[in-house]
Design a protein around this ligand. Structure first.
Ligand code: ADP
Ligand code: MG
Ligand code: ZN
Length: 482
């Protein structure tokens, strides 16, 4: 059904930068520490404490800007954004306002087979707030008491703002996934929405098809999964449409997506920029990255996912789908490439990674980076099959045993005596046994139904617990019967 309204979406994305220390002090950004242990006078806003900008955070923002085709501004300024909330001890957040470090640029996404550029407005740097923990409720409303952990306060964030170029909840979800992927590859952010290192505020409005002017928007705050981005926006499109249809006014407000009821709910009416009383941060110098440094940062950008995929299909002859899966996380493609470095067998390696290894990881709910299998072991396995030492079927068991025990492929193979039987004398006995046990099939074979040999080979395989070399079994059976 085509609607008479067009959906318009613009995203504001907060990405936690992968730095060791905080944005304006040397406290650790490490996740999971005891509450209020990674704090100091700067990130808790004590009188007289002076902030100092983390150079690494600037570097990572510039790296992102370069990868997203943006302009790196030669001159940018930090500003104080003033508001009170218990997770913000200074009662202002250091952010950037009218002069951000990065402007313009775009990310190209693919929606239902069509490529589309989503333009970016800006990327700026800021610090995160602390974390409130609400006892007995999910948010502050309705909780018995709230505790605050300032460990996260002062963590470097980069806020990426898009133009209102997105036209559907699905496009928004794809944009978020592709962006997350890119940030991971760049190594600037681990981009895990579920863990809060990537968060999204989505602005949405609708307008009659053909109208240029934007409709009144609502803003969905802090969505923490790709699926919720799409679901929340879908709920908002329905709500806006219903209001419009019934002639009611849409008010500009901030809402949140209730993941239990799948409804959006109002939080507060929308604040305006002037409410925050932005002014330049007097305690920090301006950011003026020189050209040589920017060039140097450019050289640290390694191959990005789209390029990698193209290379995998063209150079290694992998299918589109296999290449897509291998690049789906940087860890997986890194693993693939480590194997490849040892032995250039892209297809065999891909089959093991995407087949048995992936199945094992899924079953154990593990990530490839936690795996008990050095890349050299994958190659070892492939070589043992090629040499005929073990059969493909046995190899499947060997790899699981290796993964479970952490022993080497070689050890597992020799321990279990599962090497392939390629010795004629040894196999001959099993072949004779199979013939003796299958008189009916032997009869059929002799009366011309030659295809029944498959059944007999199967019997030999079974009797040898999969260790027989099937080619040799076939040969020996024929010798006996013909
Ligand atoms: P704010 O100052 O409230 O953050 P901005 O003008 O910076 O507002 O816009 C924030 C985001 O909202 C941007 O991604 C922008 O593209 C998007 N946006 C602005 N107006 C609309 C609208 N009418 N409908 C949908 N998205 C919008
Ligand atoms: Mg906003
Ligand atoms: Zn600190």
């Amino acid at each position: 059904m085509t609607s008479k309204y067009e959906t318009v979406i613009g995203l504001e994305i907060h990405a936690q930068l992968s730095t060791e220390s905080k944005m304006f002090c040397s406290c650790s950004t490490k996740f999971g520490a005891e509450p209020n242990t990674n704090i100091c006078e700067v990130c808790t806003g004590q009188p007289g404490a002076l902030p100092k900008t983390n150079k690494k955070a600037i570097e990572l923002a510039i790296k992102t800007g370069l990868a997203l085709n943006c302009k790196i501004e030669p001159y940018s300024v930090f500003a104080r954004k003033n508001y009170f909330y218990p997770d913000l001890p200074k009662a202002y957040q250091i952010s950037q306002f009218d002069l951000p470090i990065i402007t313009g640029g775009y990310l190209e996404i693919e929606v239902e087979g069509k490529k589309k550029k989503i333009k970016l407005t800006r990327i700026h740097l800021e610090e995160d707030a602390g974390k409130l923990v609400h006892k007995g409720a999910e948010r502050i409303m309705g909780s018995e008491e709230s505790l605050v952990d300032y460990n996260r306060g002062g963590t470097p964030l980069m806020e990426i703002v898009t133009e209102p170029d997105i036209r559907s909840p699905l496009e928004a979800k794809i944009f978020m996934e592709d962006l997350a992927h890119l940030l991971q590859y760049l190594g600037v952010c681990d981009a895990k929405m579920e863990q809060g290192s990537l968060r999204c505020d989505a602005n949405i409005s609708i307008r009659p098809v053909g109208q240029k002017e934007l409709g009144t928007r609502s803003e969905l705050k802090n969505m923490n999964s790709f699926r919720f981005v799409q679901m929340g926006l879908t709920a908002e499109v329905a709500r806006h449409t219903e209001l419009k249809e019934s002639g009611e006014k849409i008010i500009q407000e901030t809402r949140y997506f209730d993941t239990k009821t799948h409804e959006t709910k109002s939080m507060r009416s929308k604040e305006e920029a002037h409410d925050y009383r932005y002014f330049p941060e007097p305690d920090l110098i301006t950011v003026e990255p020189d050209k040589e440094w920017i060039e140097e940062i450019k050289t640290t950008i390694t191959e990005l996912p789209e390029k990698k995929k193209e290379r995998y299909t063209k150079e290694y002859g992998l299918s589109d789908q296999a290449a897509e899966t291998l690049i789906s996380t940087k860890e997986l493609s890194d693993y693939f490439e480590s194997c490849l470095k040892i032995e250039k067998k892209p297809k065999e390696i891909t089959n093991w990674i995407l087949g048995d290894i992936t199945a094992y990881l899924k079953a154990k709910n593990l990530n490839i980076k936690d795996i008990n299998l050095p890349p050299g072991e994958v190659i070892e396995l492939i070589k043992l099959i090629e040499k005929g030492t073990i059969s493909g079927k046995i190899a499947k068991e060997v790899i699981v045993k290796t993964l479970n025990t952490g022993k080497t492929i070689k050890d597992i193979v020799s321990e279990s005596g599962s090497t392939q039987i390629s010795n004629e004398d040894e196999l001959q006995k099993i072949v004779e046994e199979a013939i003796k046990n299958s008189p009916k099939q032997v009869e059929q074979y002799k009366s011309g139904k030659k295809a029944i040999i498959g059944y007999l080979v199967g019997q030999v395989m079974k009797a040898s617990k999969g260790r027989a070399n099937p080619g040799l079994a076939n040969k020996l059976l024929k010798q006996q019967l013909d």
